[in-house]
Design a protein around this ligand. Sequence first.
Ligand SMILES: Cc1cc2nc3c(=O)[nH]c(=O)nc-3n(C[C@H](O)[C@H](O)[C@H](O)COP(=O)(O)OP(=O)(O)OC[C@H]3O[C@@H](n4cnc5c(N)ncnc54)[C@H](O)[C@@H]3O)c2cc1C
Length: 464
Amino acid sequence: MKKFAVVGAGISGLSHAYYLRKQIPDSEVDIFEFSHWGGVISTRRHKEVIFEAGPEAYLMRTPLLLQLTKELQLENELIRASKESATRYIVKEGRLVKLPTGPLGFLFNSVLFFPEKIKVLLAFRKKFNLWQNMSVFDAVKSMSTMTAAEYFASAFCRGVFGSEAEDLEFAAILPELYSAIRKEDSLAKAMKKVAHEKKAYWEKELGENAYHGFEKGLVSFRGGLETLTTKLKDFLKEDHLSHIRQSKVSSLHKSGSKYLLHSKGQKYGSYDAVFLAIPAKQAAEILRNENKETATLLQKMQYSPITVVVCGWDKKNFSAKGFGFISPRKENLPILGTQFVSNIFAGRAPENQFVTKTMIAGDNTLFSDDELAERVLSAHKRLYKISAGPLWYEVIHYKQGLPRYFLGYTEWKQNVLEKLNQFSGRQNLFLCGWNYDGIGLPHALEKAYLRVKEFATTWKEDSK
Ligand SMILES: Cc1cc2nc3c(=O)[nH]c(=O)nc-3n(C[C@H](O)[C@H](O)[C@H](O)COP(=O)(O)OP(=O)(O)OC[C@H]3O[C@@H](n4cnc5c(N)ncnc54)[C@H](O)[C@@H]3O)c2cc1C
């Protein structure tokens, strides 16, 4: 029987372990986690309020999550975001402006001036030459206008990555679109191609039936996103060929074509394959002694620390409509933006409470929670009428932060994988998770499914 190890039990590690057991039934899987099972996914409570300290929602763009929830018997727990939360705002010149929801929305939007709107619309018919380490800011500016880069690109990067558009590589965060733009003779064709290929690919993968009645959109679970990671952990706990290990892996040792893992003075293994579903910085520590070259490269990964402040307000003092707002860099607000979380999923807060979740850039651990809550209040007072501060708040620091897909990231990742494959000699040591697979939850799940499938296929062929 083959034995595999997964290090890290965030959504990436848990789904790798799950798909390994599903796709290679005659295998044993050990999964190691030293801290919180679920990783960044963390659903918490404040009295009757349910809130997410980490990710708020899963953007369902393929039916893979639906399939998984059926397998885990979680279908009835899955909930969709409210219609109201489809409306998002951006701050422009100190005021809130609705974000357009599609290309035509640009025409009626007041972020761009009229000649800029025409330029943006015409851009869809043009061919563009982007280069690999071009920033999101420069790519958007070259394809449309300065204002679009300053507002839309900045808002997107701050809202999703907690980083500035000038610091993120376009090719790294939108790799399929980047390649399509280089190949196709217009932006519209490139966008269409990416959407079409994605759908065709997953239709083939999951079967056409999977798309019947399938609707894209933001989803979560009645009890929060941790419902999913808890269920995945329970599946592995109950499965007699999976082993849950509450332990920090400190190093990896290669022995022939297999691996040993060291944790708290104990040796585990030997493993036929290891999946390191942990951030690059932690993977570097594990590989430091055995594979210095890869470890040195992994150390170069960059991160954007952020702080999250969740506030509960009496609706009499403050409430607002929609999903929330993002503040582009140009606006100089001391926050990145705020999600109105009690508007997004029903049943998360009592009727009289409005719950918000604000992101602040940087490592703010030197500030007290009171100071950070005060910063949130003063930023919101610039945009809304607020008669009193929040009833309660909780501050969560992400000191290491979100992976920053820095300028040069694509080349960095290629070099890392090359060095890692030279070391492993066989495709049996993998780097997984949001430092490599994409920033969001759907990336983690889709990549785990595909990586394990490819691994299982080559594995079975090699074993013949
Ligand atoms: C504030 C915030 C909001 C977000 N919002 C969204 C959102 O709304 N939608 C969305 O799609 N995405 C969102 N994201 C991103 C999403 O949370 C991540 O993509 C995803 O959770 C990352 O999962 P992961 O498994 O790759 O990594 P992690 O969750 O970081 O898991 C890695 C795990 O490895 C463990 N580990 C590390 N080293 C070791 C070791 N040596 N031994 C054993 N275990 C180890 C860690 O303890 C951790 O549990 C958000 C992220 C943050 C921080």
